[in-house]
Write a protein that binds this ligand. Structure first.
Ligand code: GLA
Length: 388
């Protein structure tokens, strides 16, 4: 536990909460499948300062919110998305540990683009949960923190997401990917040495709100498919889920699924296998295979799962045909946000200029390029956030 800084008489607490990428394993976390995310160096800084009186004042580049106390925040009737979000975090924390009456001014800043598929909301909810944990010197575990972020997203924001984002934000390790098994929530840190290749994000600036996108519909459809196929699926409770159904069983019974649901189920099984193959490719330093898996993942997300959009497809297909690029795909929930590219370092400068120009010409939008450095998960500290 980090002791708070004593700033004059006022105690302060600080947290850095990163965003995340997902190398592969998209849209299968909420089905119990495997995913391979990692935290990145872009993120949000949260600083809490003790104030006189019991008020809670939240300040971010998006606005300011004031509550007379933590109790009032929990009892509030949210009028906007951020209020629902704050209520979610404070209420979920309170279910696990009593809230004190300490008054707080909380400042949120950072360099993580919003709506880019880099998990800005899980980063913020885990970051605020961590601040409350520090303020209360609570005995909460990393798993509690993950659960607070997860519950907030589902109950108060409305996205029926899986566990990937809060796990990546909280548990990642620098230079590693986090292999998360969503059936039993076990994790493994996979060392990620990409040799001369670099992961790079291209942000289309097409923003999405997953709670209003067909994200929840996709989830409902694969649950429906699993209900139909369950009788032929694995019986072991831990892996009784669609991603663990043998492919031949799906093919044998595909006529029992609707025309709309079969491609989603097929994508699920293919993507699960791709995660396993990607881990093996990383361990073997087989970057060509890794790139090919990323390309296949995009094709499945775009054509079978149908969570891409024209801007993502344009930039993925363009990138896949550039010199030095081994793989490219849309990343995250989809319907906008970023592409993830595996590029030889020697081609990085040319690729960046050409990507921005190609996108500008196609859509008259100035995109953004971010080099991915796999980083540590949430980091609590004082005076420079150095105590991860
Ligand atoms: C969003 C959700 C995650 C996951 C991805 C898609 O980021 O929050 O739980 O489902 O989409 O892989």
């Amino acid at each position: 536990m980090n002791e708070p800084k004593n700033n004059g008489n006022k105690r302060t607490w600080e947290v850095f909460a990163p965003g995340r990428i997902n190398l592969i394993g998209e849209h299968i976390d909420y089905q119990g499948g495997w995913v391979l995310p990692g935290a990145i160096s872009l993120g949000q800084w949260i600083k809490a300062t003790e104030i006189d009186g019991p008020g809670i004042h939240l300040k971010s580049p998006l606005g300011t919110w004031t509550y007379t106390s933590a109790a009032q925040l929990c009892a509030s009737n949210p009028q906007d998305k951020p209020s629902a979000f704050f209520k979610g975090i404070w209420s979920s924390f309170q279910k696990r540990h009593p809230l004190s009456s300490v008054g707080l001014e909380i400042e949120i800043s950072g360099n993580l683009p919003l709506g880019a598929g880099l998990s800005a909301s899980a980063s913020l909810s885990a970051g605020l949960g961590q601040i409350l944990h520090q303020v209360h010197n609570s005995p909460l575990s990393e798993e509690d923190l993950i659960q607070i972020a997860y519950e907030t997203e589902r109950a108060f924001v409305g996205t029926q997401c899986g566990h990937m984002d809060p796990y990546a934000v909280v548990k990642s390790k620098a230079n590693h990917l986090l292999l998360l098994n969503n059936s039993d929530l076990s994790t493994q840190h996979i060392p990620c040495d990409l040799g001369p290749y670099q992961l790079v994000l291209f942000h289309t600036k097409v923003t999405h709100e997953l709670s209003h996108s067909p994200y929840n519909e996709r989830r409902a459809a694969v649950e429906r498919a699993w209900d139909v196929l369950k009788p032929w699926g694995p019986k072991d409770a831990v892996i009784a889920a669609l991603p663990y159904l043998p492919l031949e069983v799906l093919e044998q019974h595909r006529s029992k699924l609707s025309h709309a649901d079969y491609p989603l189920a097929r994508f699920t099984l293919d993507e699960q296998l791709r995660v396993e193959n990607a881990v093996n490719a990383i361990k073997a330093k087989d970057y060509v295979t890794l790139g090919a898996l990323m390309n296949q993942s995009h094709q499945g997300l775009s054509e079978l799962y149908q969570v891409s959009c024209p801007e993502l497809d344009t930039m993925v297909h363009w990138s896949q045909n550039q010199p030095g690029v081994l793989g490219a795909r849309m990343m995250g929930g989809g319907f906008g946000g970023c592409t993830l590219n595996l590029i030889h370092q020697d081609q990085l400068a040319d690729w960046t200029l050409d990507a921005l120009e190609t996108y500008r010409q196609a859509y008259d939008i100035t995109g953004a390029v971010y080099r991915v450095d796999l980083s540590d998960g949430i980091c609590a500290g004082q005076g420079g956030f150095m105590q991860c």
